[in-house]
Design a protein around this ligand. Structure first.
Ligand code: SF4
Length: 317
């Protein structure tokens, strides 16, 4: 019996691919590649699902993708290469015969054209070893097909951006649980990418904490070496407080519906940062507001005029 590592994102196509390969009678090893730039929808329950986190590798490729970005800051070709490399490692670990993906030919302009599908598997060291049940009938035969582990006639011919056919097949197979296509990768979200572009421009590195901070708050670039993040709601205020470390300056206005804010970088911008924090507190209409700030375990306060909107707009990212 053939053994297959199935790349499983939780979406429609990979759910379908997983179901089809099971029907062939193969032993499946589902593998989910996670990183902190995914929106965090809960995956459907899949037995024996292995999850591998590639946030660190992903942060590297986002900074300098060999094959460039898509429409936003999505380095899809480099990302797929990382995913397939992880699938190859798992394939070797469990001694599987091949890797399966739910890719559909020409569904995505950047990473699912015939030439890029072939390039990605080659760069991942999986040339000829990736079986694509949804579109394999339109592709050159793979090594598992040549060896008789997979029958070419069992492969489908799905092509293009429409999900209609995949949805129909999923319905016929009673597959009802899969993630929505919109909920995926933050690198396709223009607002998120604007904030990320700012970090890539002004910071030398991008780490897991930077990625977490990009997901929350309003962001203000006060200077090349100073950025302020202001919470927008209770959850974000809590996250900001938890994530502020000793080298950051943490701001709040006591006894008000104050946002929490953190200044990352040069401390000489403390007064401006306090004025922005005051602007988002319930005391924003008062001439002067007392803003508290903590740095390296020491708490101080400063009286500032809440910043006006015109000035604020210069710094908004
Ligand atoms: S959309 Fe995001 S997760 Fe998907 S391939 Fe592109 S970069 Fe990777």
């Amino acid at each position: 019996m053939a053994k297959a590592v199935v790349l499983y994102s939780g979406g429609l196509d990979s759910s379908l691919a997983l179901d089809i390969v099971k029907e062939w009678g193969a032993t499946v090893f589902p593998l989910h590649i996670a990183h902190k730039l995914l929106s965090g929808q809960r995956l459907p329950m899949v037995p024996d699902l292995k999850i591998v986190d590639v946030t660190e590798e992903f942060a590297q490729i986002v900074q300098e993708p060999e094959y460039g970005y898509g429409k936003n800051l999505n380095p899809c070709i480099d990302c797929r290469i990382v995913m397939l490399k992880k699938a190859k490692e798992y394939m070797e670990e469990v001694k599987a015969d091949f890797v399966v993906t739910g890719e559909v030919l020409d569904q995505r302009q950047m990473s699912q054209r015939l030439d890029t599908l072939m390039l990605i598997e080659k760069k991942a060291g999986l040339e000829g070893m990736v079986v694509r049940p949804l579109c394999g009938a339109l592709l050159p035969p793979t090594i598992p097909e040549k060896k008789g582990l997979v029958s070419h006639k069992d492969l489908l011919k799905i092509k293009g951006r429409s999900r209609r056919l995949s949805l129909e097949i999923a319905k016929n197979r009673n597959i009802t649980e899969f993630l929505s296509p919109s909920g995926g990768c933050l690198l396709t979200d223009p607002g998120f990418c604007r904030r990320l572009a700012d970090v890539l421009r002004f910071q030398e590195t991008l780490g897991a904490v930077d990625i977490e901070l990009l997901k929350i708050g309003r962001h203000f670039r006060i200077a090349p070496n100073a950025k302020l993040i202001v919470g927008r709601n209770k959850d974000e205020n809590k996250r900001i407080e938890e994530m502020a470390d000793n080298s950051d300056i943490f701001f709040y206005v006591p006894d008000t519906g104050s946002p929490n804010a953190i200044l990352l970088g040069d401390k000489k911008y403390t007064k401006v940062a306090a004025a922005i924090t005051a602007r988002y507190s319930d005391k924003k209409k008062e001439p002067k507001v007392e803003v508290y700030f903590k740095h390296r375990g020491k708490e101080e306060k400063i009286k500032v005029k809440p910043i006006d909107d015109e000035e604020l707009s210069k710094w908004r990212i």
